[in-house]
Design a protein around this ligand. Structure first.
Ligand code: SAM
Length: 240
């Protein structure tokens, strides 16, 4: 008989139209176990139950797979924490190349352990701030897709994430209810960074029936050189 994690994942994924193989299920089980074992050491998540982690971390991350094609893409996850949404997306789409970024060193320590335990190829971790990466030639306007969940308000995210996206690429922001109001206050920043709002996908998270909004922003022009501003400034003096 399937345990709660597997049961919730299977039921929720079916509702979202996403397939999860037996091999992937085993990876989610390992991921869950590692989160439980290491949570107190790394302060990774406040969610503990199998159903909650399955839905609010794993499935919530997987929702992105329904709106963009991640195959063969270079994907950067900014402020990934314990690996969300990047790692579930990588489990779902093995041929993408993933860079997991977080500004807290110990979280990156957890991510290194996770990647090793799950034996995932083409995943790099980086202890850095998005603002610093956005000014580095190695990362500026290189990513096909930048994703980010629960890191900052959308106007701040636009400044720190869009400089990393290449022309024609995407910035995908995962938001809960209230996303439309947040978006209205971020359109200027999006435009200044060379972004163009494509659409907002509104959906209901299975099992818990919570509202989610996936904001899709396309990189339509180069980001002016003066952006992003130096570390901390985008959040301290957000563009309004
Ligand atoms: N994305 C994960 C999730 O949804 O569970 C983690 C969210 S956690 C609330 C926010 C994370 O963003 C933290 O781990 C923090 O260290 C990281 N962070 C905040 N600002 C950042 C920045 N400018 N560059 C890189 N990481 C950042």
């Amino acid at each position: 008989m399937a345990a709660l994690l597997e049961e919730s994942l299977a039921a929720g994924a079916a509702e979202l139209g996403i397939g999860i193989s037996d091999q992937d299920m085993a990876l989610y089980r390992k991921y869950y176990q590692l989160l439980q074992e290491e949570n107190s050491k790394y302060n990774l998540t406040s969610l503990e139950g199998e159903r909650e982690v399955a839905v609010k971390h794993f499935l919530d991350s997987l929702c992105c797979a329904g709106v963009l094609d991640f195959n063969h893409k270079l994907v950067v996850d900014i402020g990934t924490g314990a690996g969300f949404p990047g790692v579930p997306l990588k489990i779902n789409c093995r041929d993408m190349v993933l860079v997991l970024v977080d500004s807290v060193k110990k979280k990156v320590g957890f991510l290194d352990l996770l990647i090793e335990k799950l034996d995932l190829a083409d995943v790099k971790t980086r202890w850095d701030r998005a603002e610093t990466m956005g000014r580095a030639e190695e990362f500026r306007e290189r990513a096909d897709i930048v994703v980010s969940r629960a890191v900052a308000s959308l106007n701040v995210l636009a400044e720190i994430c869009l400089p990393l996206v290449k022309l024609g690429g995407w910035f995908l922001s995962l938001k809960g209810p209230g996303a439309k109001e947040e978006l209205a206050g971020a359109l200027r920043a999006v435009d200044l960074m060379g972004g163009g709002l494509e659409r907002v996908e509104n959906l209901i998270l299975p099992i818990f029936n919570e509202e989610r909004n996936l904001i899709l922003i396309r990189k339509v022009a180069h980001t002016p050189e003066k952006y992003p501003r130096r570390e901390g400034m985008p959040a301290k003096r957000p563009i309004v």
